[in-house]
Write a protein that binds this ligand. Structure first.
Ligand code: MG
Length: 203
């Protein structure tokens, strides 16, 4: 399986990092070794001094597809979950300045913590899904899918023009504003519509 991540998909987040609002989806990938599941602890890597949290709604692909039309995209996922797109912001800033790829900053081991999935039919209106990240009990990021620049269906359609989607692939759909550093000892908890979906510690 592969992990596809959408960048700059919430305007307020694009602005907080001084990025332009994209006119088409920005995507990058993480390898399967980035996954961190079942509440396992995340070990702070020694190659960064500025590790940032990015809480994101995650789609799980359930059907093989290429060149998927937007009106059919909703048939290619039926489970939704929550994940963190950990980012070594210091390394990413250097890569952006030099025009280099982001893999060192984004694709490292454990950089994609992932919580539970539920059937999308249980979540109500997917176009206004509320989600939140708390660190040590304090709210740090709050978002709603109503603020997505590119909808779930638009993302699936766009990405599938370039990359065949396969069963089990994951799409991290972008983070709202409020990204910031995590520290050793932090406890992260992610919620969708007030329900706990994701929980782990940084060690
Ligand atoms: Mg992200």
């Amino acid at each position: 399986m592969k992990i596809i991540c959408i960048g700059r998909n919430y305007a307020e987040h694009a602005k907080e990092l001084n990025n332009a609002i994209p006119t088409e989806p920005v995507f990058f990938m993480k390898p399967d070794t980035a996954l961190l599941k079942d509440g396992e602890p995340f070990y702070y890597p020694d190659f960064t001094k500025d590790l940032h949290h990015e809480i994101e709604i995650v789609l799980k692909i359930n059907k093989v597809g290429k060149h998927i039309e937007p009106q059919f995209a909703n048939k290619y996922y039926d489970e939704i979950g929550l994940g963190v797109d950990f980012t070594a912001r210091d390394l990413q800033t250097i890569a952006k300045e030099k025009g280099l790829p982001w893999e060192k900053a984004k694709a490292f081991d454990g950089s994609a913590p992932l919580g539970k999935f539920v059937n999308k039919s249980t979540l109500g209106n997917l176009a206004d899904l509320h989600f939140e990240l708390k660190i040590n009990g304090q709210s740090r990021q709050v978002g709603s899918t109503k603020d997505l620049l590119f909808s779930f269906d638009a993302i699936i359609s766009y990405v599938s023009k370039f990359v065949t989607l396969k069963v089990g692939d994951l799409i991290y759909t972008g983070t709202p504003s409020g990204v910031g550093p995590v520290n050793i000892g932090d406890k992260l908890q992610g919620y969708i519509s007030g329900d706990l979906f994701l929980e782990f510690e940084v060690k």
